[in-house]
Design a protein around this ligand. Sequence first.
Ligand SMILES: Cc1ncc(COP(=O)(O)O)c(C=O)c1O
Length: 392
Amino acid sequence: MRSLRSTLRSAAPLGRRWCSEAPSPREMQLLQQVSRLENRVHELQNALPPHVKPAKVENWEDLGFGIVPTNGHTRYTWSGVTNAWDAGRFISDPFVPLHIHAAVLHYGMTLFEGCKAFRCKDGRIRVCNLNENSARMNTGADRLVLPRVPVSMFNEAVDWAVRANAEYVPPYGSGGSLYIRPFLMGTGPILGLQPCPETTFMVSVTPVGNYFGKGGVQGIHASIMKDFDRAAPKGTGAVKAGGNYAADLLPLKQAKAAGFGTTLYLDCVEQKYVEEFSVSNFVGIDSKGAYVTPKTPSILPSITNKMMMQIAESKGIKVEARPLAWDEVSTFREVGACGTATVCVPIASITDGDAKHEFGKFEVLKELRDELQAIQYGECEDPYGWMREVVV
Ligand SMILES: Cc1ncc(COP(=O)(O)O)c(C=O)c1O
């Protein structure tokens, strides 16, 4: 390496003259030497183990919601020239080389999904309701003018990533699961705002425990954010666009500094109706025992919420997906935050300025959550056909 550096040092001043004068034979010789050395460095880098070594998980019960280095991810590329996706690759290196003008870096052209694989009671690995994630990603792709990912390719990419990381699916009984993160991003270079000439679809995985840590089970304290809006009625709130989450960071930072675990947003027009929590849907059991969840065009349609609604209906519980006035929430018996990562955690209180509303119970929502988890871990029948085995 010392010789490469000294060669580069001696070649550097030559570069400045490159445009005005033809290189001398000596300069040509030096440049060829640099080029040969660069190739050799590249060869050696390729022979090295990945930058980040896969982790060895010792204690599955201690997993939180963080990144554990795994064996790798799947990656597919769409080209505007062929208007087609390639056959995909499995890549162990978690770094992605990007053009400095990649659309995702400047214009936030990116969407992601979150789903899970479970080690079931019978020892097999199953993924939950992937067709819904695939459909939601494609709704988002249309909104951000990115190419759609065919459902067969979505499933292939997920199965490949899960199979190649099967040892990272937490054992049955540990309470963990393999979090799957499919994502789509505009990787082609653009300067003016326009659809991207190249898109990349990737699926990475990481073993997880509870999103809110062990305290999540006790109940989360939420704060209403009146100084911020999450999404406009005709904006991108209903799709999983990366920018929605960047915009939530400042309110979340303020809420956490004030001692809260999460943020709750109201509608941005009247600040009267409940929208959703930072990264999960609002669900509640009202004073009459009905399952109530807000319905507006700016909320992300949660797949977990949809499954909980189906389970509630099957138990004869009235389900109401409708505009929900914030004033009504103080009369609720139970409130929860639901999503793939959290499943459904109790909301212990919601603070609105000086007023704090507490919700002491979490019985009906717990029953629904337990039934959903029993289906996910293969402890009971799956009458809805949500689970699909990934054969390892
Ligand atoms: C803003 C927002 N709402 C709701 C959810 C829950 O959606 P799902 O149940 O599909 O994970 C998520 C999580 O992905 C989210 O980010």
